[in-house]
Design a protein around this ligand. Structure first.
Ligand code: UD1
Ligand code: UDP
Length: 358
């Protein structure tokens, strides 16, 4: 019997890397199943190389498509793999379509699902991610909640307490395992920015970049914030956002656009930023852990811990709010506690999986 580590997108590769490392170190039987949801070199392969991860035993090559098309292809492919392998647990991480397909395929085949980063809730069912995480949680046997807040969300939905384990978030493990390496190896000189004197922006969330007015509001807000604060803005732009920027005919004036960055370069850039502006889940967490102030260009967040400790503010997409709250957050720096754990989440998860394995 082997654990199946199911992944398909950039954040899943990063956040499952501590678990994969732990399996490797302990000589556990496991394999990687890659759905192929992300496939561009700089959204996929580069992370395997940089994090020194073994290649996937199965690659479904699903690629992009509508939700139904993408999820359907994944279901079919994952089922075939599960028919061939004797799977101990199907491990999924986060809230992508890969997670939904992995959890659904496994549970229909009576394979126990382990959900890493369980219990996050934005309470906004218009987000595909919210639907994916709710379904995955309710199909899971082992729910690895990062914090007591996420555990509380699960209990409110009637999930049995003995299935829930509060273990911290593996994003901390990955960050701690790689920040020093990033400081030694990554090079941000060629990005032509002045240390500590720039705003790092990422935006790729469908509800923002698929809606012209919202995307425009974010770009206008950061352009004005940059001017008022006298700070450059650098935006490693996700392929979804790049495509829509062109389709909507928007101009990102005053913003330096660069291609999606490798993990080490991104971490270093994040750690030295004056402010982070984002709609990413992982980036909200990382900014908080690194002590870098953040504003989140969304109306809600499934990471309320970052707001509660004072590291993050929800500002929506109104340019005036982005400027006002951005200037406010630029005056804050660190000093808050990291609510996401001590960087040993991967170890805890593997300990638990070993304990419960038959
Ligand atoms: C997905 C997740 C989102 C997560 C994000 C991480 C879902 C519903 N969404 O969003 O929760 O935050 O990954 O980055 O699962 N594309 C490429 N190359 C790639 C991948 C995508 O060019 O390697 C382009 C394609 O035009 C594609 C678009 O990006 O249509 C969107 O990709 P998709 O995987 O559908 O969703 P993401 O926006 O990446
Ligand atoms: N990231 C990266 N390069 C980039 C942007 C992000 O390596 O150009 C990393 C970042 O450090 C974080 C993860 O990707 O760990 C976040 O992924 P993303 O924002 O795509 O997804 P989300 O967390 O919103 O699901």
């Amino acid at each position: 019997m082997a654990h199946a580590v199911i992944l398909g997108t950039r954040p899943e590769i990063i956040k499952l890397s501590p678990l994969i490392r732990e399996f490797e170190n302990r000589g556990e039987a496991y394999f990687i199943l890659h759905t192929g949801q992300h496939y561009s070199y700089n959204m996929d392969r580069v992370f395997f190389e940089q994090l020194e991860l073994p290649g996937a035993r199965y690659h479904l090559d699903v690629g992009s498509g509508s939700h139904g098309e993408q999820t359907g292809k994944m279901l079919e492919g994952i089922e075939e793999v599960f028919e061939r392998e004797r799977v101990e647990t199907a491990i999924v991480q986060g809230d992508t379509n890969t997670v939904l397909a992995g959890a659904l395929a496994a549970s229909k085949m009576h394979i126990p699902v382990a959900h890493v980063e369980a219990g996050l809730r934005s309470y906004d069912r218009r987000m595909p991610e919210e639907i994916n995480r709710v379904v995955a949680d309710h199909l899971s046997e082992y729910l690895f909640a990062p914090t007591n807040v996420s555990k509380g969300n699960l209990l409110k939905e009637g999930i049995e307490e003995d299935k829930i384990y509060v273990v911290g978030n593996t994003v901390v493990d990955a960050l701690l395992q790689n920040l020093k390496i990033a400081e030694e190896r990554a090079d941000i000189q060629n990005l032509d920015i002045e240390e500590g004197a720039y705003i790092l922006m990422t935006s790729h969330r469908a509800e923002n970049v698929d809606v012209k007015e919202r995307f425009e509001g974010i770009l206008e807000g950061v352009r004005r914030l940059s001017k008022e604060a006298g700070l450059q803005v650098i935006y490693p732009i996700h392929p979804r956002s790049r495509k829509n920027l062109v389709a909507f005919g928007l101009k990102a004036s005053g913003v330096t656009l660069v291609e999606p960055l490798d993990y080490l370069t991104f971490l270093l850039l994040e750690s030295k930023a004056a402010l982070v502006v984002t709609d990413s889940g992982g980036v909200q967490e990382e900014a908080c852990i690194l002590g870098v102030p953040c504003i989140t260009v969304r109306d809600n967040t499934e990471r309320p811990e970052t707001v509660d400790v004072g590291a993050n503010l929800l500002v929506g997409t109104d340019p005036n709010m982005i400027v006002e709250k951005g200037l406010l957050m630029l005056n804050r720096r660190g000093g808050w506690e990291n609510p996401f754990g001590d960087g040993r989440s991967g170890k805890r998860i593997v300990d638990i999986l070993e304990r419960v394995s038959t």
